[in-house]
Design a protein around this ligand. Structure first.
Ligand code: RAM
Length: 336
């Protein structure tokens, strides 16, 4: 199994816990942009960081600080943002562990003139200028139910294994999945449980095993998290359930290729996390340097990703999620 990002960054994370890393050639005139992720050691965010570095390099006068807590908690992010305010950075882009808990601290940052955007997992509107979504939430929700339905031939018990219970992005997608499940098209699928692995491999693995024990007729786990889907697929394999319980959801091709070839996973989806990180850093630069306002109804130029349009809720959505299976997973595993 190709693990382009997972393992080495996990070791790294334990050493640099909550420490800001500055990439680029520091200069007093540079625009200092901090990318605060849910947690370090997550391959998805390592890929987003790569995209952020690409944008920083292209823009030239950017110092990119990549940081996050070791475990995905709002408290950890609040401490980090406090220290970024003290360092007087120009912009902060956050994937939030809680939509509301971060609002007071990011409001404080904004009151000091720091540009605050959220990406991936959003902060409530009062705490950021705008939120960059990888795709539209209804498409992401629907795609996951469609994938499970296709693999199961439309019938069977399914469960959702999510990230943390407060994660804005997963909670919105779960709501969308439930809406789709209530339609006649998917009446053969029965959602029997929703559990939380907290985007920790070991907890996600234990939750997956718990689902097998509690629901002996379970046919699929949908994990809308790259950490949860990998742990669930491993649990299916270890428990000799390949072919009996299928795993689908949102995963990185680099982490999922082996599980697709083993048969634990038929299909899964994701967007390009490199493009997402690139867009977040590029957009933060445009706002911090006053080249764009980020107001509802306007667009923000974002380099090779062209532009994003801010809607009336202060959100911008990028492209549709791509679906992967054994025909294309190896090709994309080399990228993210
Ligand atoms: C995990 C994180 C991230 C989410 C992806 C799909 O890496 O929870 O926020 O967008 O999964």
């Amino acid at each position: 199994m190709s693990k382009k990002y997972g393992f080495s960054s996990m070791l790294f994370a334990s050493v640099v816990a909550a420490t800001a890393l500055i990439a680029g050639t520091a200069s007093a005139d540079n625009v200092r942009i901090a990318m605060v992720v849910k947690n370090l050691g997550n391959g998805f965010f390592d890929a987003a960081h790569d995209g952020g570095q690409e944008a920083a390099k292209e823009l030239g006068n950017v110092d990119l600080i990549y940081t996050g807590p070791t475990t995905p908690t709002a408290e950890g992010q609040i401490d980090i943002i406090n220290s970024l305010i003290a360092q007087n950075v120009n912009a902060i882009v956050v994937s939030a562990n809680d939509p509301d808990a971060l609002v007071p601290i990011t409001k404080k940052a904004m009151s000091r003139g720091i540009t605050v955007l959220s990406f991936d997992a959003g902060i409530a509107p009062a705490g950021r200028l705008f939120q960059i979504n990888p795709s539209k939430a209804d498409l992401i929700g629907r795609k996951q139910i469609e994938m499970a339905s296709k693999t199961l031939g439309g019938t069977g018990e399914i469960a959702i294994l999510s990230a943390t219970a407060q994660a804005t992005n997963q909670n919105i997608w779960i709501k969308e999945m439930k809406k789709v499940l209530a339609t006649p098209e998917f009446s053969g699928l029965k959602l029997v449980d929703v559990v939380y692995g907290d985007d920790q491999s070991d907890k996600s693995y234990r939750e997956a095993v718990g689902l097998f024990r509690k629901h002996p007729d379970l046919k699929a786990i949908i994990a809308p998290t790259t950490v949860g889907i990998t742990a669930s697929a491993k649990a299916v394999t270890d428990q000799n359930l390949v072919g009996k319980v299928f795993v689908t959801g949102l995963g990185l091709p680099s982490e999922m290729a082996g599980h697709v070839h083993s048969g634990a996973v038929d299909t899964f989806a994701i967007w390009n996390p490199i493009d997402l990180g690139y867009t977040a850093v590029y957009a933060a630069y445009e706002i911090a340097t006053k080249k764009a306002t980020g107001k509802a109804g306007t667009t923000v130029p974002v380099g090779r990703m062209k532009e994003i349009t801010i809607d009336d809720k202060g959100e911008a959505a990028m492209s549709e999620p791509y679906v992967f299976d054994k025909s294309n997973v190896d090709k994309f595993a080399k990228m993210f």
